[in-house]
Design a protein around this ligand. Sequence first.
Ligand code: PHE
Length: 339
Amino acid sequence: MLDTLKEHLAEVEKYTSNSLDEIEAFRIKYLGKKGLLNEFFAEFKNVPNEQKKEFGQVINQLKSLANEKVNTLKASLSENTDNQGKYGDLTRPGEPIEIGARHPISIVKNKIIDIFSRIGFNVSEGPEIEDDWHNFTALNLPEYHPARDMQDTFFIQTDPDILLRTHTSSVQVRYMEENKPPIRTISPGRVYRNEAISARSHCFFHQVEGLYVDKDVSFADLKQTLQYFTTEMFGKSKIRLRPSYFPFTEPSAEVDVYWGLETETDYRMTKGTGWLEIMGCGMVDPNVLENCGIDSKTYSGFAFGMGIDRIALLQYQIPDIRLLSENDVRFLEQFKSAF
Ligand code: PHE
């Protein structure tokens, strides 16, 4: 009997396996309810008294050895299969981390702000719900002025004096009312016009207005600033100014940048001319300076305004302006940028 036990002891000692099923069978064979160990324990009462001590010791030894064996084999098995050490599986590839995307309008806006802040322009903002004075009258557009029709305005129904601003030029007025020259500021923001919604135009869009007022500011300064901007923004330095009309600037001009005619897209975007219109500009009308409390005999200034949406469509070849406000995640996810 004692010999059988010792044989088992040797067998358990050298047992090894890397199959969970086999280890479980081994456990049941020795440690299960009807296993060998319980049989030996049942046998114990038949053992002659003088052998009981040694017999008991060997059974206990067998029991703890079998337990230990099962535990270590199972532990090494799970370590091998999932490679799970103290820190998890260090060889597993990392979880992909999704980088967020910015809205193309924000990317373009931030880029414009960055370019102008490098030459000393600060950022100013104003309300989207404006009064007649800041959106029109102070900008040299008195009541019944025909140029008011250029911008289809949304009025707040109960009060004809309150409207949704049609351009960010209203922020110019606010800024000049509160700050004295020298003034160098750009004002990005959303504007509203009562226009039919299509692939090319929307009833709301975004502008950046720029304003520079100081002593001896000239048209040459304006031109140089615009050239700096188009070079930084588009990598294109060739621009042309076409005479135009805005009530708040005199003289006024539209700015075209020479995009080129190298590719088919260039051809399509510029309608075969190579030139792209990107903004309006001009020297601030002395009346506007006076309306805002700035002495037009001492100071002069220039202003310009551009559409952010249009630039975003251009830069990213977006075919439809409505995509910018539909918030389709599949569209938005495509714009990862440092800006
Ligand atoms: N406010 C004009 C517009 O919305 C743009 C502009 C701004 C033109 C400043 C000249 C000077 O069309």
